[in-house]
Design a protein around this ligand. Structure first.
Ligand SMILES: C[S@@+](CC[C@H](N)C(=O)[O-])C[C@H]1O[C@@H](n2cnc3c(N)ncnc32)[C@H](O)[C@@H]1O
Length: 264
């Protein structure tokens, strides 16, 4: 199972769903009685669901450390998405966010969601192949694109699932009701917060890139190509920090997420 740190999840979800929740409308949260958020991690989606629904929201994840954090927002239960510890029809909505992209067999998980839902099943999944970056450091967009492509080639699951989640719903035997797009926009601009400073430091030290080294080398990238990328990457990170020092650094990233809703 791919593991995620608390820090990574909170950093990458910051501001998500704060600007608009229109893409969540097909989940009919206002009329749900029991909602399950599978692969809830630190509960970033769970707390949005709890805010929008009068019903009970329960978080479920296989990682007990992340559940400790999610517990601050909603009641939680430890469990595997492929063998949920709930009886048939225990919820009227089962939803996940950025879970299917991490599973080798997303259809199996969707079938399991359908088993425990008496009505709706939904997935909020990004297309990590279509992320757009705009930065005041000229090399940042090109280097991030290079790193992203190398990661996509090496990773063993479909991290660009996005809008194609509806095909997985189809294959799992669910009726797809609707797919809506939500662009999660992340901006860094002065005054810079702690998260922005951490991101910049991780660029300058190469730590962020190193996290994905093994995955990149699983694809077509050679060790020499990785080392060359790392050297350019660290230099780009130093440029980011330099621009931050004179408050001229600006970065905007748009990650397309697709909300697919089906009937169990
Ligand atoms: C990218 S994170 C998404 C977390 C959260 N939904 C969010 O959007 O912030 C994926 C989550 O799925 C969990 N996960 C991965 N495989 C799982 C499995 N088989 N069963 C339950 N949880 C799983 C991980 O522990 C992690 O918390």
């Amino acid at each position: 199972m791919r593991e995620f740190s608390e820090d990574y999840l909170e950093r990458t979800r910051e501001g998500m769903w704060d600007d608009s929740r229109r893409a969540l409308e097909p989940l009919a949260l206002g009329s749900r009685e029991r909602v399950l958020d599978v692969g809830c991690g630190t509960g970033e989606l769970s707390r949005v669901l709890a805010a929008e629904s009068a019903g009970e929201v329960v978080g479920c994840d296989a990682d007990p450390a992340l559940l400790e954090r999610a517990r601050e927002h909603v009641p939680v239960v430890a469990g595997d998405a492929l063998r949920l510890p709930f009886p048939d029809d225990a919820f009227d909505l089962v939803v996940c966010q950025a879970l299917l992209i991490n599973l080798p067999d997303p259809e199996a998980a969707i079938r399991e969601f359908a088993r425990v839902s008496s009505d709706l099943v939904a997935a909020v999944e990004p297309d990590n192949g279509a992320v757009a970056v705009d930065s005041s450091v000229p090399s940042e967009e090109r280097l991030e694109d290079r790193a992203r492509r190398a990661y996509l080639e090496g990773v063993g699951t479909d991290v660009a699932l996005g809008a194609d989640a509806c095909d997985a719903f189809d294959e799992a035997g669910l009726e797809v009701l609707e797919t809506r797009r939500y662009d999660h926009e992340r901006t860094i601009e002065p005054p810079y917060g702690d998260a922005a400073l951490t991101i910049a430091q991780r660029k300058a030290t190469g730590a962020g890139l190193a996290d994905d080294r093994e995955t990149m080398l699983e694809g077509e990238m050679s060790g020499e190509e990785y080392d060359a990328l790392r050297s350019e990457w660290r230099s780009m990170g130093r440029d980011v920090i330099e621009q931050m020092e004179d408050r001229s650094y600006r970065r905007r990233e748009e990650i397309p997420f697709f909300v697919t809703v089906g009937r169990a």
